[in-house]
Design a protein around this ligand. Structure first.
Ligand SMILES: Cc1cc2nc3c(=O)[nH]c(=O)nc-3n(C[C@H](O)[C@H](O)[C@H](O)COP(=O)(O)O)c2cc1C
Length: 198
């Protein structure tokens, strides 16, 4: 059975989060067209994630030297590695992503699990065929100011060989805009992508 990992960093409540609505649209449509898929919902606000401090970094390096990845600290990296598809949902915050998502990324980037060092550089080891990033923003994201998308695109390339796709609904908090219409248009695009995707 194919595993789709939904990395849910939609911080606001399910009823109000526009990013969550975009994610729901992708997941519902994907499941309708790929009924054999198992969705693993990882809701980051509920996870005991911790930024990598000195003690954790040292412990991680020690386990790494022994190639022992059984520790609980590697659970997110193991799960990431095994996913056939990864869907990440996060709002555009302060020209980037919420810090919680960055903390998650720190925890999944584990040498020997999600990537390895070779003579010629780094090689991604995660299995995903596609990473889909779904986001919404209050304003319009200026060229060069999309820190979150650029970062996640690089993380996708660093940890695997799958392709990276992003879908955005922008300008949702701009006075005079119709946020409902903007979101509906983005939902249509996302549904189409999920239905047409292999
Ligand atoms: C802490 C915070 C930071 C934000 N930073 C930005 C920003 O830099 N640029 C922008 O256009 N909108 C920004 N916004 C607005 C959100 O991107 C926008 O409301 C988004 O749709 C929220 O997604 P949600 O409905 O899923 O919570 C910010 C909102 C919050 C709460």
């Amino acid at each position: 059975m194919r595993k789709l990992l939904f990395v849910d960093c939609c911080i606001r409540n399910e009823d109000v989060s526009r990013t969550k609505k975009l994610c729901r649209a992708y997941l519902d449509e994907y499941l309708a067209n790929h009924p054999g898929t198992q969705i693993e919902h990882l809701y980051l606000p509920d996870e005991p994630l911790k930024w990598i401090d000195e003690k954790t970094a040292d412990r991680r390096a020690e386990l790494n030297r022994k190639r022992d990845y059984t520790d609980e600290m590697f659970r997110w990296a193991r799960q990431y590695c095994e996913a056939d598809r990864i869907v990440i949902g996060a709002p555009y915050w302060d020209l980037s992503i919420p810090s919680l998502l960055k903390v998650y990324i720190e925890n999944i980037c584990v040498e020997g699990l999600t990537f390895v060092c070779t003579d010629t550089g780094f090689e991604g080891k995660a299995h995903f065929d596609r990473m889909i990033f779904l986001t919404t923003s209050g304003g319009y994201i200026a060229p060069g100011a999309d820190g979150g998308t650029d970062y996640l695109r690089n993380i996708a390339a660093f940890t695997g060989n799958g392709c990276f796709e992003v879908f955005k609904a922008e300008g949702l908090d701009i006075q005079g805009n119709d946020p409902h219409a903007i979101l509906e248009e983005a939902i249509c695009r996302v549904r189409r992508a999920a239905a047409e995707s292999s």
